[in-house]
Structure formats: structure tokens, C-alpha cells
Ligand binder design. Structure first.
Ligand SMILES: [Zn+2]
Length: 181
């Protein structure tokens, strides 16, 4: 039996956000101001900005790793397959970076969709290795709720999504290596 979350991925999440944007379209021009334009829907615009920024980050990384990558796919959610395909012969560090960007964006897309519990709770804190991270929207970081996990000044550990993504990708790599030997 397939795990119900086996289809949960950066691509699936991006597809959902894109879908959301299409179902809640912004009327009027996307850039600049026009007196005729109806009041924009802030959530939709923010979601569109998020989708665009995510795609641009993947394209920029892929092209700098492989200048002959060519045109990016027009379907937003095909961007991750495209990035992986065009960096598969790149040095290991570049492939790791591709994977880390994809995983961080998966976390970002899920958080934007209001699903932080689903994606942040299963992560261990990189400092104390326990579970109990909570998402803090104001700092855009995950906060460790282990009361003993504090810095020298007594402040709770906070973790960026980039660090969680790096931790995830490194663990996946170790897992692959242990299976290969
Ligand atoms: Zn901790």
C-alpha cells in the first residue's frame, strides 16, 4: 500500500499553489498601477510572487550549474524534474544543492498553504536532535520547543528552512550510501 504522502512533493505543492492562483485571479495588470484595475487580492498576488520567485530560483541555479540547460519548462511544476535532469552530471555538491533547493521549496510551499504542522513537525531540531519544532511566521524560522535547547544567552534555538533542507538532504545521502554498501 502506498503511503498517503508519497505524492507530497515540491512539484505537487507548487501545482496546488499555481492552481489556487488561477482560481483566485488578480484582475488588472500584475505590475504597475492602473486606475481601471480592480483592487488586487493580496493573497493571490503574494502567492503569485512566491510561485514566480521559486521558479526563478530553480532556473537560476540550474543555468549556472549547466549553461546548456536550455529553455525552462512552461509548466511550473515540471521545473524540479528539469533542474534534476540538467544537473545530474554536475559535481556532487551541485546535485546536493539542487536537492536542497527543491526540498526547501517543498517546505515553503507547504507553509504557504497553511500546512506547517505536516512538514515541520516531522523534522528533528539540528541542535538537540529532538522533535518539537514549531513554525514562527514572524521570524520565518522554526523554533525548538525543547526548553534545554537554548543558546548562550538563553534564547530558544531557531532554525531556517534552508538548514532543515540541508539536514534532510544530508540524511538522504547517508541513507543512499548505507544502502549502496
Ligand atoms: Zn532543539
Amino acid at each position: 500500500m502506498n503511503h498517503p504522502d508519497s505524492t507530497d512533493s515540491a512539484a505537487a505543492r507548487l501545482r496546488q499553489l499555481n492552481q489556487y492562483f488561477r482560481e483566485h485571479p488578480v484582475t488588472g495588470p500584475l505590475e504597475g498601477h492602473s486606475p481601471q484595475a480592480a483592487a488586487p487580492a493580496p493573497l493571490s498576488l503574494a502567492t503569485l510572487d512566491h510561485v514566480t520567485a521559486s521558479i526563478n530560483e530553480v532556473i537560476k541555479h540550474t543555468r549556472s550549474a549547466n549553461p546548456s540547460a536550455g529553455r525552462a519548462p512552461t509548466r511550473a511544476d515540471a521545473i524540479y524534474d528539469w533542474a534534476r535532469q540538467h544537473t545530474e552530471h554536475a559535481p556532487e555538491a551541485v546535485q546536493q544543492r539542487t536537492a536542497a533547493i527543491e526540498y526547501r521549496q517543498y517546505l515553503e510551499h507547504a507553509i504557504r498553504a497553511g500546512d506547517w504542522r505536516k512538514v515541520i513537525r516531522p523534522q528533528r531540531c539540528p541542535e538537540c536532535r529532538t522533535f518539537g519544532l514549531m513554525w514562527q511566521a514572524d521570524t520565518q524560522r522554526a523554533l525548538c520547543t525543547n526548553t534545554r535547547c537554548v543558546d548562550r544567552d538563553g534564547f530558544s534555538t531557531t532554525v531556517t528552512l534552508a538548514r532543515l533542507a540541508h539536514q534532510h538532504v544530508t540524511a538522504q545521502k547517508k541513507l543512499r550510501q548505507s544502502r549502496a554498501t
